[in-house]
Ligand binder design. Structure first.
Ligand code: 5AD
Ligand code: SF4
Length: 468
């Protein structure tokens, strides 16, 4: 997926929207990537006209949705253990006469399909990542006591059937929003499940994206992160019928009133066009950060992974990006212990990291995914070797992250104010480089962009001073 900010832990709970007494409640727990966070919000939007408000506790929910991820590790096992807990909740609620429907959505749903219904009685509905716009009709079927599976890859446009989020729901979600513009992947890296779970690449039309962004901005959103498994391969329908590039889309979005900041993730090196690189120089609303996964610094491993680029080509792209925007925050993804990876090949990765100097990066032990070509490889690397390589790489990446953040100390950066901090009189937001920044302020500043002089480096954020 080449997608930034993957987490193995659940995401922050969805904002709770005020509930009326006889309303139904939905609890959505999302795992994995930012696209799942976006999907979870859209599921809540589809369910809102059906009378569902969101809740942060499964115990108070009439409908529980697990929005799953299976990019790495024992994803299905995790879902089954989560379902074990939900079974107890379902039984407890049944004792007081309350019905609880349980749905599994997302990539595990897509991969496991009807297997989920066979293996556990707790699940009422399995809904794949391309079918969740049909939730109302699928739930209606479930209420007639059928258990339902829908993991089709429909030919129609899922997004066209999704309602716009109500204004108050957008406001509850904050000043920074995700917006999926492209889904699926045709690249077939040998380690990756995404082409199987999210299907072939599709891009939404420019007009639809601009419409959604305009709606978000009119409700208070100031920053939009455009999402796609291969976001820079975007080729949606443009205004004159032909296909538009991501760069053209970015320029169109830069004209949306009140939208101040644009980001995009996740990109593939092979689709990093010169015009997109140049946009980092000429488009002020495009923030100076780029997530460009490389996975490995060894050409033999890159070839085995079917990445179709060399480490030299990657370095050349980075040089061009830095010429266009010298201060850009570069981030990446790495896999250690790909089948057959030798010590020397791992050292090639270390050398690449050493030479490039990243602002941050995600690194993972290779995890065989059933159905992918690399999973059948005979020379799997031992857990001990993978662990050692991972620790080594992560310690280098951590040093680079600290060095990058240290460069901001003493500088005044524009911070988009997103929320209150933990301490009294403290606010939190993001710098142009996507760093978390805490500073003195008050809630009236939420949604504005303010200059903050960075003073201190904390373990996972920066502290600064706002001088009105
Ligand atoms: N094993 C380990 N890491 C993986 N990723 C994707 N598939 C696997 C796998 N099978 C990582 C890649 C990708 C990121 C989203 O997850 O680094 O860029
Ligand atoms: Fe990214 Fe490769 Fe997976 Fe496609 S197949 S989503 S390019 S890692």
């Amino acid at each position: 997926m080449d997608s930034a900010h993957f987490k193995t832990s659940p995401q922050t709970p969805l904002p709770v929207v005020a509930t009326g007494e006889n309303k139904r409640r939905v609890f959505i727990k999302s795992f994995g990537c930012q696209m799942n966070v976006y999907d979870a919000d859209r599921m809540a939007d589809v369910l809102a006209p059906e009378g569902y408000d969101t809740t942060n506790t499964p115990e108070s929910a009439d409908l529980i949705i697990l929005n799953t991820c299976n990019i790495r590790e024992k994803a299905a096992e995790k879902v089954y253990s989560e379902l074990g807990r939900l079974r107890e909740i379902k039984l407890d609620r049944a004792k007081s006469g309350k019905e609880t429907l349980v749905a599994v959505a997302g990539c595990v749903a897509q991969a496991e399909g009807a297997g989920l219904l066979r293996n556990t009685k707790t699940v009422d509905l399995v809904v794949g990542s391309q079918s969740y716009h049909k939730l109302p009709e699928l739930l209606a079927k479930v209420r007639t006591k059928q258990r339902v599976v829908d993991t089709e890859f429909p030919t129609g446009d899922k997004f066209a059937s999704l309602p716009m989020a109500a204004r108050e729901r957008v406001q509850a979600r904050g000043a920074s929003a995700f917006l999926t513009i492209q889904e699926g992947c045709d690249k077939f890296c040998t380690f990756c499940v995404v082409p199987y779970t999210r299907g072939a690449e599709i891009s939404r039309p420019v007009a639809k994206i601009v419409e959604e962004a305009t709606h978000l901005a009119s409700a208070g959103v100031r920053e939009v992160s455009l999402l796609g498994q291969n976001v820079n391969a975007y080729h949606g329908q443009g205004p004159n019928g032909g296909s538009a590039t991501l760069t053209q889309l970015l320029y169109a979005l830069a004209d949306v009133p009140h939208l101040e900041r644009l980001r995009y993730t996740t990109s593939h090196p092979n689709d990093m066009s010169d015009e997109l690189i140049e946009a980092h120089k000429y488009l002020p609303k495009l923030m100076p950060s780029l997530h460009l996964p490389v996975q490995s610094g060894s050409n033999r491993i890159l070839k085995a992974m079917n990445r179709k680029h060399t480490h030299e080509e990657y370095r050349c792209i980075i040089d061009k990006v830095r010429q266009a925007r010298p201060d850009i925050a570069l981030t990446s993804d790495f896999i250690v212990g790909y089948p057959g990876e030798t010590d020397a090949e791992f050292e090639d990765t270390v050398k690449l990291v050493h030479d490039i100097e990243f602002a941050a990066a995600y690194s993972f032990k290779y995890s065989p995914r059933p159905g992918t070509p690399a999973a059948d490889h005979k020379t799997q690397i031992s857990e001990a070797v993978m662990q050692e390589r991972l620790l080594h790489l992560q310690s280098l990446l951590r040093q680079q992250q600290i060095a990058f953040n240290q460069q901001t100390i003493g500088r005044t950066v524009n911070v988009l104010v997103e929320k209150q901090g933990r301490m009294d009189g403290q606010m939190g937001g993001r710098s142009p480089y996507a760093q978390a920044v805490h500073f003195n302020g008050n809630i009236s500043m939420i949604g504005t962009i303010v200059p903050v002089t960075i003073t201190t480096l904390m373990p996972n954020s920066l502290t600064g001073l706002y001088t009105p």
